[in-house]
Write a protein that binds this ligand. Structure first.
Ligand SMILES: Cc1ncc(COP(=O)(O)O)c(C=O)c1O
Length: 401
C-alpha cells in the first residue's frame, strides 16, 4: 500500500525494493529446494503422465468448474473410499469450515480447542461467533470432554473439536454432552482423512465433519476440502451455500460463498485416490521406524494413537520433556542447522494470537495442558518420499545429545 505522506517517486522506490526482496526470496527458495533440505512434509504427486489424460478430457469438454463431471465423480469416489453417505467438495478446508457453521445456522458461542491450526477458530470469527477455548487431554491433545460442561453458557450453540494429528476425539463423551445441552457438533477433521474407529469412519460422528485436502495433507488436491454430512437434505443446503446461495438460475436463498472445487483439482483428486493406500502404507513404515528408534531416548515422548482402528500417519509429533538434555527450542534449532525443518505444530496456541488473547477463555490458567504441550511439541518430517537415509539423519539429531 502507498504511504499517503510519501512522494510518488518515494513510493515507486519502496515498491521496487519490495520487488527486489521478492527476487531474493524466490532465489533463496530455489536454493533451499535444490539442497539436501528435509521439510516437515512433501506433497505426494503421482507420475505426471498419469494426469495428462484427465487434462485432455477437461480440454475436450471445456467444463472447468460448477460441479462438472470430475467434481461429481470425486464426491462419489470419496464417499466410497471413506465409507460415508454424503460429501460436498470445497475449494479448501477453511471455506468448508465457514460454510459448515452456516449450514447448521450456528450463532453465539462455540466451544473449541486452542491446540489447532488457526483456521479452526478463524472460521468462527468469520461467522461472528465467539470462540470459547477449552483445555485439551494430556494424552491425545484433543479437546478434553471433562472440561467442556464448565464452559457452556446460555449462548453456547455448538462444539467444534479437532481430531488433532488424525487421532479421533472422544466422540462418544462429546456427543453425550451435546445431547444433554442440545448442542451441535462440527468436527474439524482436516487431519483425519481415512481414519477409522471400531465402528467405521471417524467422519460419521457429530453433525458434520470437515476435511482439508491442502498440499500438506495425507490426501491432497493441491488446495481443497470437503464437508461430510449425514443426509441428502443437508448436502443440498451445503451445495447451495458453496455456490453463492443459488438454488436455480433465478433464486438465491442465502448469502453463500464461492466455495466450489474446480475440475482441475477434482481430476487430480481422482488420480490421488488411486495412490492413497500406497502413500499411507509408506507413512506407516516411517512411523514405525521413528517409534522403534526413539523408544529408548530419555526425555522424548512419541504421541500415541487414540485407540483408532485405522490410522493415517499424517504427522509424527514428539514431546521434548524436561529430562531431555536440551530444550525443544534448542532441538528445533539444531535440526535447522542441519537443514531439517521440523515444525512446532501447534505453537503458539490459537488463543495466544492477538485476535483471541483478550478473551477470558484464552487465559493460560484455563489452558495449562495445551500451554504445556505447545511448549514441548515438535513434528518430525513424515511423507511417502522420505528416504531411509534421510530418516536416519533426523533420528541422529535426536539421539546424539
Ligand atoms: C486443523 C486444521 N483445520 C483447518 C485447516 C484449514 O484447511 P485448508 O488449508 O484446506 O483451508 C487446516 C490446515 O490447513 C488444519 O490443519
Amino acid at each position: 500500500m502507498n504511504a499517503p505522506n510519501k512522494s510518488i517517486n518515494e513510493n515507486i522506490a519502496s515498491s521496487l525494493i519490495e520487488e527486489d526482496k521478492l527476487v531474493v526470496d524466490i532465489s533463496e527458495l530455489q536454493d533451499r529446494c535444490a539442497s539436501n533440505n528435509i521439510f516437515v512434509t512433501q506433497p505426494y504427486l503421482p507420475p505426471l503422465e498419469e494426469f495428462f489424460p484427465y487434462l485432455e478430457k477437461i480440454w475436450d469438454n471445456k467444463i472447468l468448474t460448477n460441479g462438472g463431471p470430475y467434481h461429481q465423480q470425486l464426491e462419489k469416489a470419496l464417499c466410497e473410499y471413506l465409507g460415508v453417505e454424503h460429501l460436498a467438495l470445497f475449494t479448501n478446508g477453511t471455506i468448508a469450515l465457514v460454510t459448515a457453521l452456516q449450514a447448521l445456522r450456528i450463532t453465539g458461542e462455540v466451544i473449541t480447542t486452542p491446540y489447532s491450526f488457526v483456521a479452526t477458530a478463524h472460521s468462527l470469527l468469520w461467522n461472528g461467533i465467539k470462540p470459547v477455548f477449552v483445555d485439551i487431554d494430556p494424552n491425545t491433545l484433543n479437546l478434553d470432554p471433562a472440561k467442556i460442561e464448565a464452559a457452556i453458557t446460555p449462548q453456547t450453540t455448538a462444539i467444534l473439536p479437532v481430531h488433532c494429528y488424525g487421532h479421533p476425539c472422544d466422540v462418544k463423551a462429546i456427543q453425550k454432552i451435546a445431547d444433554i445441552y442440545n448442542l451441535k457438533v462440527i468436527y474439524d477433521a482436516a487431519h483425519a482423512f481415512g481414519v477409522q474407529t471400531e465402528s467405521g469412519s471417524v467422519l460419521k460422528y457429530g453433525d458434520l465433519s470437515v476435511l482439508s485436502f491442502h498440499a500438506t495433507k495425507v490426501f491432497n488436491t493441491f488446495e481443497g476440502g470437503a464437508i461430510v454430512c449425514p443426509d441428502a437434505k443437508t448436502k443440498q443446503r451445503i451445495d447451495h451455500l458453496k455456490n453463492f446461495g443459488f438454488v436455480d438460475e433465478l433464486t438465491v436463498v442465502a448469502p453463500g460463498i464461492n466455495g466450489k472445487m474446480s475440475e482441475l483439482n477434482a481430476a487430480f483428486g481422482l488420480l490421488q485416490l488411486q495412490h492413497i493406500d500406497h502413500a499411507v502404507a509408506r507413512r506407516k513404515e516411517i512411523d514405525s521406524i521413528y517409534r522403534e528408534k526413539l523408544k529408548n531416548v530419555k526425555g522424548i515422548r512419541c504421541l500415541q494413537d487414540a485407540g483408532e482402528k485405522v490410522q493415517n500417519y499424517s504427522y509424527f509429533p514428539i514431546l521434548v520433556e524436561k529430562d531431555f538434555p536440551i530444550s525443544r527450542e534448542e532441538l528445533y534449532q539444531k535440526f535447522k542447522d542441519k537443514n531439517i525443518f521440523a515444525r512446532r505444530y501447534f505453537y503458539p496456541l490459537i488463543s495466544d494470537f492477538p485476535m483471541y488473547r483478550g478473551m477470558p477463555s484464552a487465559h493460560k490458567e484455563n489452558l495449562s495442558v495445551a500451554t504445556n504441550a505447545a511448549s514441548k511439541v515438535l513434528c518430525l518430517p513424515i511423507y511417502p518420499a522420505l528416504t531411509p537415509d534421510e530418516q536416519q539423519r533426523i533420528i541422529e539429531v535426536i539421539a546424539h545429545n
